[in-house]
Write a new protein. Structure first.
Length: 117
């Protein structure tokens, strides 16, 4: 992957992480909270790439995108148990991988999916 130009990181995403807490009845519940926002470049998967996800057991009405972000202490802490929000939609993180550019690990690619409903 070629290094994205600064202007290519033109979308904003917010990462969320689940925490366990108790509700008013002292029952354990999972609560999602924001842990940070970053600028990103979004690349939507083609239909043929989405078919591969469908074959892997994903829901039929969904969108898959790749988000390229700068490698920071926040983004390096992101795993598939976290999720992200973008333009009002909640995205499930499928994978996070380093992108080496000229021997440097300056960027991460996050593949995420969301229901199209």
């Amino acid at each position: 992957m070629a290094k994205p130009a600064t202007g290519d990181l033109d979308r904003r995403i917010t990462f969320q992480r689940a925490t366990k807490t108790n509700n008013e009845f002292n029952e354990p519940v999972e609560v999602w909270g924001d842990i940070g926002s970053v600028w990103t470049k979004r690349h939507d998967f083609s239909d043929s790439q989405r078919i591969e996800f469908l074959a892997a057991g994903k829901v039929s009405a969904f969108a898959v995108s790749r988000f390229t972000v700068r490698s920071t202490s926040l983004t390096r802490s992101i795993t598939p148990i976290d999720r992200l929000t973008h333009e009002g939609a909640v995205w499930q993180i499928n994978s996070v991988k380093e992108v080496a550019e000229g021997g440097r690990r300056g960027y991460l690619e996050i593949t995420a999916s969301r229901s199209a409903d």
